[in-house]
Design a protein around this ligand. Sequence first.
Ligand code: AMP
Ligand code: MG
Length: 418
Amino acid sequence: MAQLSADGFAFGGPLMRVDEALALIGERVRPVARVEAVSIAKADGRFLAEAIIAPLDLPPFDNSAVDGWAVRHADLTRDAETVLPVVGRLAAGDAWSGPPPAAATAVRIFTGAPMPPGFDTVFMQEDVVADGDHVRLPPGLSSGANARIAGEDLPRGREALEAGRRIGPREIALLAALGITEVQVRARLRVAVFSTGDEVTEPGRRLPAGALYDSNRFVLGALCRRMGADVTDLGILPDDRVTIAGALREAGRGHDLILTSGGVSTGEEDHVKSAVEEAGSLTFWRIGIKPGRPVAMGLVGEAAFAGLPGNPVAVFVTFAHVVRPLLAAMAGGRLDPVRAYPVVAGFAYRKKEGRREYVRVLLERDGEGRLLARKHPREGAGVITSLTETDGLVELEEERRTLEPGETVGFIPYAALL
Ligand code: AMP
Ligand code: MG
């Protein structure tokens, strides 16, 4: 259930900066998703509902990082070879039994085996000459080399993962290593998705003259699922206010968010805005982002509403920069910041001041080995191949008006937006 007041999305300015939109989402949107337990095997893509405190030391015991011979560093001769008798053998899974080894001895050891009591340093076997039941150890190895100390990765009692963290394969590795089998996560957000437009046709059907296949519902469904949401596919609605309003009202029950594309401009054939006003309440956001144009936000019944533009590239960009943070906030989640990495511009560009623009680019190496961003030749917001034939987006900040080849610009790989 959306925890938004009717004016929760209210904004007074003429053109909202992307940062303002994000700040507004951060301030006004409270987590709506319930909490549930999932096994770590099924936790990929979910948001942690509580912090994870390490219940044990990682690694749990002092052990060897290599195959070789363990020693006490204090037994070594400083500037010359040391010869020590080998008094035991420890493989992974073994435990040292009996009294600790005597002073000035070595123990044969393998990766992952526990360090013998009192021993602190391991010689790699490549560096050692084995001579019967003795080993000849070269000088110069520092104390503690090749030994992994209990808790050095993460000590027991320390926070391992913070609440809100999006769980991925790396987090699952840590949870499993800590012996944790189940975590409390936010329930999946329930997102209803539909497309609008009399020309928009279901893929697989015959394509009439003047029609095109629906692309937006599928990209939005995939993007929402990557954000851990449950998607209800509500199909394609005609350009008709009454039909859209009815569908919205129905979707407003049992969903946390309704997501639409198309029909949010101010033309005669754009009926989504008036339908939202009829079924709920609307706050129009003119976000200064290109491709994008206006994004309609609002409330319908229990659900928040976001109406994206119709052009597929604009759908992708506005989802990435507005809906994705909105979904994360509603799910009580925290996303990694979207960082733009410096690359060299391989193109000139003119833009309007006050608007953030995203240019679809392909990366290549220039003669000096630097990453060079090449602009896709086709700029239109409806050119879907400009997404499939590029590596990511160059971000041109609001203040900028021109870009010359050779300037450094920020590049965001698509993977960072999923
Ligand atoms: P609109 O915002 O409704 O004016 O649509 C802008 C452009 O996007 C038009 O050319 C539409 O045909 C196109 N469009 C709208 N919805 C979709 C969709 N679901 N899939 C692909 N293209 C669409
Ligand atoms: Mg339309």
